[in-house]
Design a protein. Structure first.
Lengths: 153, 153
DNA sequence: CGCTTGCTTGGAGTGCACTCCAACTCTCTA
DNA sequence: TAGAGAGTTGGAGTGCACTCCAAGCAAGCG
């Protein structure tokens, strides 16, 4: 895996990220503290440690005194995890996916299956939301121009 | 409120619903048992009673022996509630909305506000989901045609 | 050196949305 | 009229995803 490939799932390459901290740092110097990861991902430090405990993270490198040092690879994994979480994938499923990644290339088919199933789920949810959006638009219209309000709720 | 208006948020008027039970029944004979409501809404009886306890339902009519008898109006309210729940509106917010409905017409502005805020929320969520859908599509492509797999996860 | 701020751990606590339980009563069919 | 199957209640329990706590170690600064 090369540097450019690694960065592809991160933000565009540049010397600084939005809030002024250097990000991403080039591979080799990519040893972020937990608070840097908090700043970048929006996840809490509690949550990051908890993710590790439950097996959702690969082994995180440590400083000589035992503090966590996250790599670019860890951040890109967290990017994926955050996206999946945001779309409602249960933590247990993500742990399963993490296990598959850990087991190596022969688990490609099962990973694919898991992803495809989740995509179906996401598509269904989008449809549901758009459905409700129509109901909301209708109700909002009714309330906005409340001319002889035709419904009770 | 007339029959046709009441039915507008229910399914199309017809003598039977999908599973053969008469639905909706004409106003006046609309006294559904809890299990009929379960069959129609997909909510559990537990949940229906719990909704009532927390103030999410208006007062439900009772038979002479104290059993619940739901009306068409109750069903249409449940339809709305289910849609809002499905789109992630917290139960507490729905309870607030129910209170406003209960308080009368002078709460129209606040109801409108609540609905508009939720609509914004739903729109944002749709955008998020579509964003992730793109990531999923990309990953699935990678796994599906796994020619020298370019990523580790 | 002392001070502040940050990081560590296992285990306990929280909030939400149900979900179930026990011990009944009621309704319906044979 | 007997028995099966719904319905009733308040309160306790469950599962998920965090979230916090206490007690202690570590790093940087004047």
């Amino acid at each position: 895996m090369t540097v450019t490939q690694e960065s592809s799932t991160l933000h565009a390459i540049g010397p600084m990220c939005a809030d002024g901290t250097p990000f991403p740092r080039p591979d080799g110097q990519d040893r972020y503290t937990i608070s840097e990861v908090v700043a970048h991902t929006g996840l809490s430090a509690h949550t990051l440690r908890w993710y590790e405990r439950i097996g959702l993270m690969p082994h995180i490198d440590r400083s000589h005194t035992g503090q966590r040092r996250y790599s670019n690879k860890d951040l890109s994994w967290l990017d994926l995890v955050s996206k999946l979480r945001l779309t409602g994938m249960p933590v247990a499923d993500m742990v399963r996916y993490a296990e598959l990644v850990n087991e190596g290339e022969h688990t490609y088919p099962e990973r694919l299956e898991l992803l495809v199933a989740h995509r179906e789920d996401v598509r269904k949810r989008i449809a549901e939301l758009q459905d409700t959006l129509a109901v909301l638009d209708y109700k909002i219209d009714v309330y906005a121009g409340a001319h002889r309000a035709p419904e009770r709720h």
